[in-house]
Design a protein around this ligand. Sequence first.
Ligand code: ADP
Ligand code: MG
Length: 342
Amino acid sequence: MPIRQLPNHLINQIAAGEVVERPASVVKELLENALDAGSTRIDIDIEQGGGKRIRIRDNGSGIPQDELALALSRHATSKIASLDDLEQVRSLGFRGEALPSIASVSRLILSSRHTDASQGWTLFGDGQEVFDAPTPVAHATGTTVDVVDLFFNTPARRKFLKTEKTEFGHIEDIVRRLALSRFDVGFELNHNQKNTLRLRSTDDRASAERRVAEICGSAFVEQSLYLDYEAAGLRLWGWVGLPTFSRSQADLQYFYVNSRNIRDKLISHAVKQAYQDVMYHGRHPAFVLFLELNPQLVDVNAHPTKQEVRFREGRLVHDFLFRTLHQALADIRPGDEAGAPT
Ligand code: ADP
Ligand code: MG
């Protein structure tokens, strides 16, 4: 075959292979967009594990009529405009890939009303790249993305979907992770018309703690320590489980860097080390922790799903985490002389 340029919709479908693995990945991307738009309330409606429908409504800033089609085109974003912006990006998204990717593997309806607009507009996609002009729609300020028949035109992907229950389980996990990242935003999750999660927006620690209890269980909150520590431009706050609240699996571990939920070897290592003396081998600590630092010290463009980051001062972050946690754990064990970090 001669070399040829791939058509756009195929390029999008190939990119979709990276960011849209399953219904839960669609939910993640759409929730991130809703959060980036400054929403204070997000409603998520799922049908049949997300394979039939994923609909996310928010009350954020909305998208102007003349930008709706652009929102669905590749590498189009309102979040960065230069390398400089990328290096200090605070938004969850910046790649301009999610909507076009999702649109290329589903029937997508994008409806939105921008803050400054007197009405809403809607745009339909059928898995191809050409969209008809937007038509007027009744819509409050904010955006609704309705993703129907995910993977209908990519049968190989569709085949990989697990049972409704499993797929919805992954969706719940994503919603919980994101709900823990933003206590000031209300979330509601429904599956097949039935409510499964309702979290009101919170503005103080007590109500934040109720959300943590809702998501991680009240036993965790009762047997955890709240900490908030700042040094050298780094802040670590959140809840760490007491050593007595150990788990057989690493299933209650939530870590956020500048509000972005991430998995990171360096961080896992620092936490593990901090618990080393106080937890039996083979047991895992539970925690909900938030690290805040200058965005320029974190490279968030390390992976298409943005679940991994690179720290520019890895050693500094590792030691800060280790010392802070080690000290906090030492403080709850009076009489432990070996506990204090040097
Ligand atoms: P990215 O989030 O990386 O910018 P997306 O493909 O996810 O890329 O979205 C493209 C653009 O569409 C965003 O930059 C944003 O301007 C707009 N957009 C998407 N979802 C929403 C939303 N829920 N509210 C407001 N604007 C949105
Ligand atoms: Mg996005």
